[in-house]
Design a protein around this ligand. Structure first.
Ligand code: CTP
Length: 411
């Protein structure tokens, strides 16, 4: 059974046929679609199209057409449909529908349902440019926005009426993805265990000194918070950082790369997704002096040995076992970002590498913002424009889930 169900309200505009593609796009995200068509929408597309696509009854009438029993049942159907669905998306939202929603008219099934509906509402307007720009429509849009509804701005382009300007219904896939993201918040990671490493490691030089790096842990902590909010059980293996662990997350504090390795390995089997944001020190002093090193020599050289590459070890193990667990690595680069991401993806058997240019201004280690490129095992490269680390966290999780679906379907 689909975990999400939405009402797709279809208005009477030339773009009504695109609502059929939207139904499909939603279903590809695993969403159950219950279609409600206005009378005008049925002039453009037949209900049968939606019934066949969604495999569900399409609601076209306020009071049904048959017996008095049916009339009685249908008279409360708008309440039932409003209660049983998590989101209402209206596409195309015509000027007439926007006006009726804005003013609370309830003269057909869709507008009555709208008033009874308490979940998130997504409106995708589509109409002639002059109608869109009309002060009446703009005032209605303003009212609906203020009410907290999500309005997806129409695209600009050549319209069916022959004019060019804003008014086109955006790509159904885009609307579908938007809807899915709203639905996805908090619920799409239910039942999943996610292991996240974060922060720097500290490699002691002697009892009082250590080598470390500038990692703040913000990216990993943002991912932990996002994943927890979306329902996951999160195990956060963290080096020393200055920020508090998010609520609802299991924190395992470590210092060195080898402690981090031990923590990760001990929790690997129970984890569905492993995300390694930690900036693990690459080298350490193998034999740490037991006493503080004194300032006696004129010049001091450090002899360093490599630390265990945890990501590479996990990657090798998962690819051997074919367990289907998803492995995401990070790559902090100062040049050749995409090429390095691809190289690390291959070398460490990852499903995704999130690469960022740590030398760019205002992004990277200590910043609240980041700008990253995702290199996927499918060969896809997805740039994620500059945004807060918290916002990027959700986008990375979104892409990870899409990737997992694609990888499982490709099996
Ligand atoms: N990593 C790890 N163990 C290490 C070093 C790195 O698990 N000893 C992981 C990091 O958590 C990150 C990824 O490997 O997910 C890439 O880290 P990065 O330092 O960018 O890559 P390196 O492999 O160390 O390559 P280089 O320093 O040469 O760029």
């Amino acid at each position: 059974m689909a975990s999400h169900s939405v009402v797709l309200g279809v208005g009477g505009g030339i773009a009504a046929y695109k609502a059929a593609e939207l139904a499909r796009a939603l279903m590809e995200h695993g969403v159950e679609v219950n279609t409600v068509m206005t009378g005008a929408a049925q002039e453009f597309v037949r209900p049968l199209t939606f019934a066949a696509l969604t495999g569900r009854k399409v609601i076209t009438e306020m009071f049904g057409t048959g017996s008095s029993d049916e009339v009685l049942a249908s008279s409360v159907e708008h309440i039932r449909v409003a209660q049983e669905n998590q989101l209402l998306v209206v596409a195309p939202a015509t000027a007439d529908l926007l006006a009726r929603f804005a003013h609370g008219l309830a003269n057909d099934f869709l507008t009555t349902l709208y008033l009874a509906f308490q979940g998130p509402v997504v409106l995708a307007p589509a109409m002639n440019t002059a109608m869109w720009n009309h002060p009446a429509t703009q005032a209605n849009i303003e009212t609906l926005r203020r009410r907290g509804h999500h309005v997806i701005e129409p695209d600009e382009g050549l319209l069916a009426c022959g004019t060019t300007g804003p008014g086109r219904l955006p790509e159904p896939q885009r609307i579908g993805y938007f809807v899915w993201r709203i639905l996805a918040q908090r619920h799409d990671l239910d039942g999943e265990t996610i292991l996240i490493t974060a922060g720097p490691t500290r490699e002691p030089l002697d009892p009082v000194r250590f080598i470390s790096n500038r990692s703040s842990g913000k990216m990993g902590y943002s991912l932990a918070e996002a994943a927890a909010l979306r329902g996951a059980r999160v195990i956060l293996v963290s080096g020393p950082v200055q920020i508090p662990a998010p609520d609802g997350v299991e924190l395992m504090q470590v210092q060195t790369a080898s402690e981090m390795r031990a923590a990760v390995m001990s929790r690997l089997a129970e984890s569905d997704i492993i995300i390694k944001t930690a900036a693990v020190a690459d080298y350490h002093v193998a034999n740490i002096p037991r006493q503080k090193v004194k300032k006696t020599a004129m010049r001091l050289s450090l002899e360093l040995d490599p630390t265990p590459d945890i990501l590479a070890e996990v990657g090798a193990e998962l690819s051997r076992s074919g367990s289907g667990q998803l492995l995401i690595g990070f790559a902090a680069e100062t040049e050749n970002v995409v090429a390095e991401a691809k190289r690390k993806l291959q070398a460490k058997h990852c499903d995704m590498v999130v690469a960022n240019n740590v030398s760019a201004d205002g992004t990277g280690f200590e910043s609240d913002e980041n700008e990253v490129v995702l290199a996927l095992r499918t060969g896809e490269i997805i740039p994620l424009p500059r945004a807060s680390k918290r916002a990027l966290a959700d986008q990375i999780l979104d892409e990870a889930l899409k990737l997992r679906l694609a990888l499982h379907q490709g099996r």
